[in-house]
Design a protein around this ligand. Sequence first.
Ligand code: K1U
Ligand code: ZN
Length: 174
Amino acid sequence: MKRPILIHPDPRLKKACDSVPDLDDELRALADDMLETMYAAPGIGLAAPQVGVLSRLIVLDCVKAEEAAPRPLVMFNPRVTASSELMNVYEEGCLSIPDQYADVERPAEVEVEWTDRDGHLRKEAFGGLWATCVQHEIDHLDGKLFIDYLKPLKRQMITRKMVKLKKERAREKA
Ligand code: K1U
Ligand code: ZN
């Protein structure tokens, strides 16, 4: 089931999320819903707070080529265990901040540890777009958005645009 994606500004996008103590069917169903929501958007990642659930769960699939096999990853309690000194700049977007893009600098490679959908502990090193995306998604779990890396004026400008967009969408619904 596809779930609605919250649009910034929303207090739920600014909160630090709780760790997931034990996996259950409800959490696995949430992960499946998030993957469906992400692919439909379309997007390459999604974090639970973006669908209003304040738990440490992210999904991602950064396989770009249409002919390549998809690689959906479900990560419960993901954490960065090592970061490269080498940095990388990528023009980021966010499904909670539609149609706004900006350059963000982050470590080019990260090692991430997480619990997968089957409850197994996993560890993997990511580079390129995967590294950017997994850091963007883990930031969501700490209540941080990519616009928080921008200069205040640019951040305010984007936030004003989003307030306007939300008003327009609410008017269309009424
Ligand atoms: O967290 C999110 O809101 C998802 C976001 C992830 C992300 C994008 C770019 C850099 C870092 C993290 C998105 O998926 S925005 C949409 C997007 O980037 C995209 C959509 C369709 C095809 C390819 C990319
Ligand atoms: Zn985002």
